[in-house]
Structures are given as C-alpha cells and as structure tokens.
Design a protein around this ligand. Structure first.
Ligand SMILES: Nc1nc2c(ncn2[C@@H]2O[C@H](COP(=O)(O)OP(=O)(O)OP(=O)(O)O)[C@@H](O)[C@H]2O)c(=O)[nH]1
Length: 711
C-alpha cells in the first residue's frame, strides 16, 4: 500500500477554484432574468460552462494535491473526456434549472441527474486517467457516499442558482455564502471519492518497467497537467470577470438611459391628462404658482377660470363612457382652439376644465368666455350621434379675489357652482354673496371629527401573495369609515378632508395602534409570521414624533418590527430627502420594511429614490390597470421592475384584476401581488375566520363587491 499525503496549499487552492466557479455560475444565472433573450442565452451557457470547467479544474488541482512516492502521469484522452463531460453536464443542467420563472421539482430532479451523473463520471474518469504502476482498490461504501454527495451537491447548486437569480436586496452576500456552500459540496464529493481509493504498488511486478515507461510517455505529466489546469482556470475566470465587468458597465449605461427615459415618461404621465393630453391638476398647480410669482413681481392681474360641462353624466348614461370620452376630447380641442399660447388649459378630472389667463382684464375675460361658451354650444358629432352640451364657468381674479392658489381656486369654483345653481349654461365672476359649494360639508365634517371617538373607523385587510408561488405573504391594512347613515366609506370619500383638517394625525396614530394590536392578536392565535403593511399619510410622515409613535406601538404590543411594513408615497418621501433618509434608515435598522407606495404617480425620480433605504416598490394601480401584452404600460412597468431590481428593491403590484395582468406581472418578476383577482379588502372578522380555516384560495369571498375600485 502506498503512503498518500496531501499538499494543504493545493487543497486550499482546489476549494478556492470551486468557490470562484460557483460564484461565477450564480452571478451569471443572476444576469439571465434581466437580460434580452440573446444575452440571457450567453449567461446561461457561459455560467454553466464556467461551473463545469471550475469543477474539472478543482478535481485536477485536488489530484495534484495528492502526493504519492511515485511519479504520476495522466492519460490525455481520458483527461480530455473528463473535461468535456464536466463542461456539458454543467452547461446543460444550469440551462435546465434557470430557464423559466418557476423550478418544478421534476425539472430540478432532471437537472440534478444530469449534473450529478456528469460530475461523478468526470471524477471517476479523471481518476481512471491516472497512469502509474499502482493498483487502485476501492472502498465501496465510500464510493457510494461520494456518489450521494455528488448528487446532493448538484441538487443544492442548481437550487441555489435558481433561487438567487433575482437581484434583490443582499443578493451579493447570499451568493457569496451560497458559493461557499457549493464549493464545500463540490470538494466534499471530490475528496470523499479520493478517499475511497487505496493505492498499492503491488502491480509493479506485473508491469514490466519498459512497458510502464512506454505507457507513461503517452500521458501528460504532473507538471504539464498543473500548467494546463492553472492556465485553463485562470483564462476562464479572467474572461468571465472581464465580460462581467463590461456587462456591468453596459448595464449601468443602459440603466442610466432607461432611468432618464422612464423619468421623462413618468413625469409626462404624472403631469398630463392621458385622455385629452391637457395639463392635469398637478401641472395646473405648478403653472398657477409660477403665474402667481410673476404677477406679484410685475404687479399684474391674471384670471383663473373653472369650467364644467352641464349634465355630462347624461351623455355617459345615454351613450356610454366611450362616447363620453370622445366628447371630452372634442371639448378639449374646441377650448384649445379658442385660446392663445400664453394661456394654460387643464383638465382637472371628469368634465372639469380650468383656464389660466395671465395679464388680463375683465373685458378680455368677458369676450373670451363668451367665445368658449359659444364654441361648446355647437353640436358635437361623435360616432354618428349628435350631442348638445353647454358649459358653466366661474372666474376669480388675482389679486382681487385672493393672493394664493387655494383662495383663487376656491373662488373660481364657487363662482362656477353658483352658475350651476342658477340654471347652468353661463358664467360669473366671483363675488362675496355667492353660495358655498358644498352645502352639506359642515355636517359631514362634524361627523368626521367625531368618527374616531365614536369608534367608527375600521381597518380592512387585503391579502398580498408571493409571486409566482401564490402563497399568502401578509396583508395591507386599509382604512374604512363606517358612517352611521352612508355605510362603509372608502378613503377617497373622507381622506382629503382628514388631511385638510389635520384630523389625519390622530386617525393615523389610531391606524398604527390598531395594526400593531392586530398583529399581536394574530401572533397569539398561532400566526406568528404574517406581515402587515400600513400607509403613512404625508402629514403623518412629517410629524416630528412619528418614529416614537411607531416604536411605542410596536413595543406596547410586543410586535416584531420585521412584521411591519410602512408604506409612504414617493412624493412624501422625496419632499424632504435628507429627513426621509434619516427617518427611514432608523425604521429600516429596526427591521421594519419600508415600501414606496403609488410609484409612478409623483416625482418619479428613481435616482433620488435610490438614496432611500426602501426595500419595496409598489407600482401604482394606474399602470397595472392598462397593462396588456405589448402595451406601452408593459414597457414602463418592466423598466420600473428592472430598475427596482437593480436597486435591490422588491416590487409589489397592486390592483390586479385579471389573469392576464397576473401572468404578465409574474413573468416580469414582481415579488408580491395584490388585487381583486386574489381577494378584496375585508373586515377583520372575515380575515380571522379565513386564517383559522387556512383556506386562502384565489377566490376569496368578496365583502366589498359593491365597490368598484380598490383603495
Ligand atoms: N366618459 C367619462 N366620464 C367621466 C370621466 N371622469 C368622470 N366622468 C363622469 O363625469 C360625470 C361628471 O358629472 P358631474 O360634473 O358631477 O355632473 P354633471 O352630470 O355634469 O352635472 P352638472 O355638473 O351638475 O351639470 C360623472 O358621471 C363621472 O362618472 C371620464 O374620464 N370619462
């Protein structure tokens, strides 16, 4: 029997080679998801090939680490065959494992079979390539063990390659750890296989020395093999490193370009009405502010005109929304034709338009509005229907009726409202005797201010599912007001008023408390891992003690911070970036998930968002609503998802109502899905009952079926 010793440096190098090869393979697999089909193919093939070459190199470095008191040669053909087998098995199996958005057990099993049998064959063919006058005696249990380790390592390697494809938060560290595990597994297979062999020089007597020398002269010497292995390994790792660097640079350049384009697109979307192309409410506010500044500086007068079609609802009711839409476009065109390029026309929503007229006088406005009213009075011809509508308008002047945007808007609106009250189809300039628009507002406001003390607020819960597995991940808590007369109201009906009156602060605090209490309750009921997302309103987020409010509630109800998600809108987060970074970092350090809500509707500045420690991005439902194969929104959403992934953020899509939206968003790599398709928001009793029955199917009974829109 020959005494075998091991060179520790070469053993260490063999592990290093296995580790680097594993890392390159995981890194390449991670590039598959966000690449064009051709580059994805390149990453799949090169990642698999590098893994194969790495495993082969590791094997031979391991062989070289084994020292025996004889000279060792290796058969060239068998060595080459072992190389080809490692290459093919790794490339094929990685391709099988990482293509597709899911990895069913059958496919993982098949890929494992390919990689496992490839690696094991490579190993034993590699050992058979040893040419010396030694006999090898095999310890069968150890051989079997090495086979099992080979199969198990292949399973682990492929599962890791699939699981770590998403470039989510902390993926680099995960890949390093995973590569360590893979490196150890590959080495374990190799060294257990090696230890199954006992070498003996008892064959020396059988082989005539000259024959042996003849045989060995055909083989590759140890030195030569070292050179081959070292060169191959270095060249491959070098090439992969180089390509990965170039790819990263190209990706960065592409990302910057996509960011710029996306920002432009989102900004346009955020500031202009998609139906008519006119400025929207946000853009009007910007224009109004600059008009106010200029008028104050130059001491000039300007007018703000509010316009609303009369009885527009009848058009929708009689001919349908599509005709209503066409009419709105035609109205926008006619109004635009009456104005000059110094004026700004906007659509506030529905059938409401506004016009900003700088440096003007009452006479000019008089003439202008007459033209506007007259042009709308001409019949419209839409899809062979003749539609007659009229217009009501109200005007306020700066500085006569107000010195800020709010006052001017309120007064123009009041003037328009008073025209409506007096029979419509006309116009008026604001004056103090005009009736207030919302006659029932005081009662509503009074009800609202007492709603908290009367326990009329409720949290309803909408489930969120993981994609693509569709397992329940948690809930978003949504505010509802159970109004004594009007029934359950959605936030759209009362949130603006809560914000305006400042009541939102106490209601917001109640939301935080209730959410933590609910999480605690679910905990005690045996659901310790549910996550709950709550929305922080902009003014709540601005409160100096918001951090204490959240942490106090968490402590009071013994809630693990990792179970809480705070959703804030991008506008609120980016308003005071420095403070947001500080505050959100504090939350994130506690383990709370920070999510950016309604993404795409506000500033949409992804470069600024990158500075925030947010780990989730919630795409606004307006993008999801119109998402269809090859539609413009698909491009925008997939760019948002790619960019979010590159910023290590998970993407949550809300407002999913159709199977098509579901499939598209899953394929694009959204991590979580939420929407009517899965479940509507429901009161706590229903959620608790459902949790108890553990029956979260896709078709949860809907308790808000009468409501058309999620909130
Ligand atoms: N077609 C269409 N209709 C819309 C759109 N947005 C809102 N609406 C509808 O526009 C109508 C607006 O009605 P109102 O202005 O409140 O009422 P009206 O019927 O015009 O009556 P008065 O304003 O009191 O004269 C509502 O029925 C809305 O559902 C839209 O984008 N397209």
């Amino acid at each position: 029997m020959l005494y075998v010793s091991w060179d520790p440096i070469l053993v260490g190098i063999s592990f290093l080679v296995a580790f680097i090869a594993s890392f390159v393979a995981l890194d390449s697999a991670g590039k598959v998801l966000n690449s064009e089909p051709r580059s994805a193919l390149f990453w799949r093939i090169s990642g698999g090939a590098t893994l194969g070459m790495g495993i082969w190199s590791m094997h031979f470095v391991g062989m070289l680490a084994m020292k025996m008191p004889i000279t060792m040669h290796y058969d060239f053909e068998l060595t080459t065959l072992s190389f080809v087998i490692a290459l093919l098995a790794s490339t094929l199996s990685l391709n099988i494992a990482v293509s597709g958005h899911t990895l069913p057990i059958k496919r993982l099993f098949f890929a494992t079979l390919v990689l496992g049998s490839g690696v094991v064959s490579m190993h034993y063919i590699g050992m058979a390539a040893m040419m010396s006058f030694v006999s090898i005696y095999w310890n069968i249990p150890l051989v079997v063990l090495s086979l099992l380790i080979g199969i198990a390592s292949a399973w682990v390697a492929l599962w890791l390659a699939f699981s770590l494809r998403q470039n989510t938060h902390g993926v680099f560290i995960n890949r390093v750890f995973a590569s360590l595990v893979m490196g150890i597994a590959i080495c374990a297979m190799h060294y257990s296989g090696m230890s199954a062999a006992t070498f003996s020089n008892d064959g020396l007597g059988i082989i005539v020395r000259s024959d042996a020398i003849h045989i060995m002269s055909r083989g590759v010497g140890e030195q030569e093999l070292s050179l081959w292995v070292a060169t191959t390994t270095l060249v491959i790792f070098g090439i992969m490193l180089f390509i990965s660097m170039i790819d990263s640079q190209l990706r960065t350049a592409r990302l910057t370009d996509s960011l710029r384009q996306l920002n432009l697109q989102l900004e346009k979307q955020a500031h202009y009405d998609p139906l008519t192309g006119l400025a929207n409410r946000i853009q009007l506010d910007i224009l109004l502010d600059s008009c106010l500044n200029r008028a104050a500086e130059e001491q000039t007068t300007f007018a703000l005109i509010y316009m609303d079609l009369d009885r527009f609802k009848l058009v929708n009711d009689a001919w349908g929304h599509h005709i209503g839409d066409r009419l709105l476009v035609a109205v926008a065109e006619r109004l635009s034709a009456c104005i000059n390029d110094k004026m700004s026309l906007a659509r506030l929503g529905g059938d409401e338009f506004t016009l900003l007229v700088p440096q003007t006088s009452e006479e000019e406005i008089d003439a202008l509005i007459r033209r506007l009213i007259a042009t709308i009075q001409h019949p419209f011809y839409e899809l062979s229907h003749v539609i007659n509508v009229s217009l009501s308008a109200g005007v306020s002047f700066y500085p006569e009726h107000g010195e800020n945007a709010h006052e001017l808007k309120l007064k123009a609106d009041t003037a328009m409202y008073s025209v409506k009250q007096e029979g419509r189809n006309g116009w008026a300039i604001y004056h103090t005797g005009m009736a207030q628009k919302t006659a029932d507002a005081p009662q509503f406001l009074q009800d609202l201010s007492q709603a908290l003390t009367r326990n009329q607020f409720e949290l309803w819960y909408q489930p969120q599912y993981t994609a693509p597995e569709q397992t329940l991940a948690g809930f978003e808590a949504l505010l509802r007001w159970r109004h004594p007369q009007q029934g359950v109201l959605l936030p759209a009906a009362f949130l603006p008023m809560l914000e305006k009156t400042g009541l939102i602060i106490s209601v917001g605090q109640w939301v935080i408390e209730s959410a933590c209490r609910q999480l605690h309750y679910w905990n005690t009921q045996g659901f310790p891992n549910l996550k709950l997302a709550i929305n922080l309103s902009p003014s709540q987020f601005e409160k100096h003690d918001i951090y204490e409010q959240v942490t106090d509630a968490l402590a009071r109800y013994h809630v693990n911070p990792t179970h809480l998600t705070l959703e804030i809108t991008e506008n609120a987060a980016l308003k005071n970036l420095e403070r947001s970074v500080h505050l959100l970092t504090q939350f994130a350090q506690l383990g709370i998930t920070v999510a950016i809500d309604d993404f795409g509707t506000g500033y949409s500045n992804m470069l600024m968002l990158k500075k925030l420690p947010a780990t989730e991005l919630k795409i606004d439902k307006s993008f999801v609503k119109d998402i269809r194969e090859n539609s413009r929104n698909v491009k925008i959403v997939s760019t948002i998802i790619d960019i979010a992934h590159s910023m290590n953020m998970r993407v949550v899509a809300e407002g999913i109502e159709t199977a098509e939206q579901h499939a598209l968003l899953t394929n694009m790599g959204c991590a979580f899905l939420q929407g009517f398709l899965f479940a509507r928001p429901q009161p706590v009793e229903k959620i608790s009952a459902l949790l108890k029955h553990k029956s979260f199917a896709l078709s949860l009974e809907c308790s808000e079926s009468s409501q058309k829109k999620p909130a």
